[in-house]
Ligand binder design. Sequence first.
Ligand code: NAD
Length: 622
Amino acid sequence: MSTVIETRKGKKGRNKNKASTAKVKEKETAVRANHRARNIATVVKTVKTRQRQRGAEVGREASDAAAGAAAASTAATSAATASAAEVTTPRKPKVETPRTHEDKVETKVEDRERVSKEEVEELREIPKTKEWKLLYIPYPFDDNMRVTAESASATVTETGLEAYKGLCLMCEKDETCKHVRPEGGVWRCEEYEPRTATAERPLRKRSVFENVARQFTKAAELMNLDPNIRRILSRTTNEAVVNFPVKMDDGRVEMFTGYRVQHCNLLGPFKGGLRFHPSVDLDEIRALAMWMTWKSAIVDIPFGGAKGGIQMDPSKYSIEELERITRRFTFALGNNIGPEYDIPAPDVNTNPQIMAWILDTYLSTVPPQERQRCMHVVTGKPVESGGSLGREKATGQGIVFLLEEWAREHEFDLKHATFMVQGFGNVGSWAARLLERLGAKLVAVEDVSGALINTKGINPDDLAGYASFKKGLVAGYPKAQPIDRETFLRTEADIFIPAALENQITAETAPWLNVRLVAEGANGPTDPDGDAILQERGIDVLPDILCNSGGVIVSYFEWLQNKRSELWELEEVDCKLHKRLVSAYQRVRDTARENNTDARTAAYILALSRLELAYKKRGIFP
Ligand code: NAD
């Protein structure tokens, strides 16, 4: 069901879109000039600081010795904290007494008392000679989701997180990394050498929970969220980690680790997808569970937030093994899921078939008389097994409904727009197919197997047909040229739909984008550093917690249909989905205007206000 509003037609429409892109570029040039001016001012400041410091050098040596002792004591605290958190923290940072010059630099920034703003500025001026990456951050957040000096060895200054000393994710040394510099508010490792992700060797990832914490903090501070509510929402409610054995086809037994994190069930039962991927861990699942809470609150459905998954690469297993893994995981989760308590759904590398196995396994554990009343233990099921019409395409459909709203507001002609998609699975392929039906042209696509370009247009239906014979992968598609990841991200298009994994648009990649709008199909595709760059460059963002909420909305419809033993027509599902999304879009837009902020922060404010109100009415037991 389409409601596209055409504000311009044909060539005229195309010219208008081009004019808007020119405006974005103009804005970008102005911002760059401004930055250059600011950088020059900072360099002048740094030179003055250095002159002052030279005078104080003798005294400084003595204080460096004291700093070494202070760092050693911080190290002891970190070790204790890390050990207490052993159950949930995958690796503990070992901290050593500083020895090298770099250690001294770290120590300087680490010591909250002695670090001055100018010193931080100076350290930030260190030129970028190599690729930089975030350090591994286990869980250094306090009750209010602020980064704390007490947890591990993170350091906070007025400007937020300034330093973190822990295990380096990029050079993967099992000791405190000695190759880091502060940049963009976090430590980055200069030993990191960029490499391309493959199915066999995916890139080690950055902390996703840190991203959600930074987004939450920004909104909570802007809206002045009640400190008690802030404390509650900063933490997850339950975290289940299950290790379970599964028999392989060749008779071996393999052990798997699965997770289910339940963040909040204030507005309704816990709700969220299950992901099968090598990157799955507590950090990622916690972040995804929190995003689910905000998402349900924004679109006004009576669900809370949860997420789960298994750390594994499903491409390595046969269908029979996948079925046994799924069933054994469901069994291991036991009563941690339930139709009125916590309802899983598909996510990365899971699909309606996997939901059907979960349903069947769960039903086998309840008495026969109760089975019919438990069909809604999972959503995203095949229609033949109690699923809803329209659920499979729901997330992609939701993205397209929101794009129509955005186009209406910006007098943008979708009919002549070009777009690119990252991830050609459920979300990406449906978004591409439905957007193409409105007249837009897919010019580039990327998945885990590689990237493709064809400026004359790629037919998404044809590509989906090709991929269905190639294990879902796009590589080798003959009607487009293969390109590398950087060329893909630099492709000129009107709209970019990231629909794969987290942390794709970062400080490194955001400057490459050559688009007018990012419509976030994936959860967390843009990290806060990347987000700031998009804002500076005047690139609009439809934030994930709004943009991909079509999936959970239709999951709610499926849940209702199961409870009432009904089957709704596709038109009814689409129409209800459209109504909810348009209304959520308008609320987010109005909140952004009222608070003079970006769409993501506005979406957070909307969600947090709703949760704050509910907590205040209900009170805290006892
Ligand atoms: P999927 O498994 O169907 O597809 C994932 C796609 O991403 C695949 O095409 C895969 O090849 C690609 N991919 C994986 N790693 C990649 C990499 N490093 N670079 C480029 N591409 C890569 O998963 P999905 O259900 O489409 O989910 C995609 C995203 O959308 C996830 O972030 C998920 O959390 C989010 N999401 C999904 C739903 C849903 O209903 N399925 C709802 C809301 C949000």
